[in-house]
Structures are given as C-alpha cells and as structure tokens.
Design a protein around this ligand. Structure first.
Ligand SMILES: [Zn+2]
Length: 51
C-alpha cells in the first residue's frame, strides 16, 4: 500500500452513471453523498474548468 497513491472509493456496486456522457462510474476520489450528482472524472474536470 503506497502512501502516495490517490485515495479512491469503489462505487461500482452503486451502479452510478455519468449524467453527462452515460459512462459507468466505478471509482471516485471521494465518497459520494446521497442525492449528489456524480460525474465521471472527465466530465467533472470539464465542469470544473467551466464557469
Ligand atoms: Zn461523463
């Protein structure tokens, strides 16, 4: 186990899908909250860059 590894939460059992592109999300760098809209890493990145 590396101290430097990025933390990621396995969310594959939640069956989450990105509402933007429809890709299934298996891992997140954070714990999802109920009712939270979860985007795939790519769309999350795009949304962060947008204002
Ligand atoms: Zn996406």
């Amino acid at each position: 186990m590396s101290f430097y590894q990025k933390q990621s939460t396995d969310v594959s059992r939640l069956g989450l899908k990105c509402p933007e592109c429809g890709v299934s999300i298996e891992k997140l760098p954070f714990k999802p909250r109920r009712g939270m809209t979860i985007y795939c890493p790519e769309c999350a990145k795009k949304r962060k860059q947008q204002k």
